[in-house]
Design a binder for this molecule. Structure first.
Ligand code: SF4
Length: 64
């Protein structure tokens, strides 16, 4: 699974970090999210899908 974040769209809301902290990170001063793991194990699929659903600006895309 590949995780792609459109950083032009990301507004650092951090919803993705709450859903999948193994994959996404956001520091206090960060203006966009950091993808910690762009190719996460399939065991994290539900969490990554929840992160994509939770993103208010639809910045997260999952490619199989
Ligand atoms: S939820 Fe969306 S807008 Fe918020 S930090 Fe994650 S990718 Fe960016």
């Amino acid at each position: 699974m590949k995780v792609i974040v459109d950083l032009d769209v990301c507004e650092a809301y951090g919803q993705c970090v709450l859903q999948a902290p193994q994959v996404f990170d956001l520091g206090d001063d960060d203006e966009v999210v950091t993808v910690l793991d762009a190719d996460p194990d399939d065991a994290l699929r539900e969490r990554v899908e929840a992160a994509a659903d939770a993103c208010p600006v639809d910045a997260i895309r999952i490619a199989d």
